[in-house]
Design a protein around this ligand. Sequence first.
Ligand code: AHM
Ligand code: MG
Length: 347
Amino acid sequence: MADMQEYHGKLVTIERFILDQQQAHPAATGTLTNILYDMALAAKIITSKTTRAGLAEILGSAGEENVQGEEVQKLDVFAQRTIFRLNDHTGRLAVMASEEEEIIPIPSRFSVGPYVLVFDPLDGSSNIDMNVSIGTIFGIYRRKTTSGPGTLQDVLQPARNLVAAGYILYGASTMMVYSTGNGVHGFTLDPAIGEFLLSHPNIKLPARPKYYSTNQGYQPFWTPGVQAYTDWLQRDTPEKKGLSLRYIGSLVADFHRNLLSGGVFYYPADNKDPKKPGGKLRLVYEAGPLAFLIDQAGGSASDGTQAILDVEPARLHMRVPLFIGNRILVEQAESFIRRYDQVTVAA
Ligand code: AHM
Ligand code: MG
């Protein structure tokens, strides 16, 4: 890892930082660098709309024309199209896939490249109307097939194969946080100049966790192991002080807070909805990229029985239970589940 001290006190744009990182790998072609630049550009374009989201009534709501006679798109559709249109023609990607669609081929008039982009264009979008933070999550793989248009096989890879992952948080400030396997680095958008500036180099999870984050409204529907785990989190134990609960209900915002403060986020399997026995969050473009990031920050992620990084996706929109944060807290989740839920988990 490049010495992060060299950035201390300096004004560094995301472009300069990504390029510096690339120069540490003499064999790099710059292709991955350019995909990351394009995600930073997508972040700026999407920010320009999300910061005006509450004006929909004045400017027009989805499916209508606004006062300027332009058709207004739902923000998640807008984010989806922005990321697609920035990446479809560059010759860097073999295929894309997102929460909003099935796999997204590169139009045949453009050439294909060596990488695969998976993304959730606007996670937590049900929070937009309440002016709550939302986010974009993305992951970048190398393609597995050797030529021609990319396929589902290129997309369905375990998160351990990711070459880069990141998220964009549309909050009080817009932040982009990413890793190419060389630490986790955070950039804050300065809206006055339209540049992302390095604000959080080499983020590491604090050793003393502060928060647990979960939708405790579902507690009656949790397994005994998850209930006992929650009770353990709340108490002082030899390993930690009792944790406080913080839950926004917007994955990127909850993850980001815990990354900076230490803690665990979990969305376990529950028996509330028999049609969705495996939790809510999606492996390929939500849990997987965040698992890559937490690993780089010194933490871990599990589905309750195994590392998220090792889960083989069976389908693009596959859901997984997710426990993610400080390693010691994630290991305890696995331990409680082993002790109390073995039969349930195996069923
Ligand atoms: P979405 O992909 O439909 O936006 O849903 C994902 C969101 C996450 O941001 C968040 O962690 C979770 O759903 C919250 O779910 P709940 O309201 O059940 O707590
Ligand atoms: Mg989502």
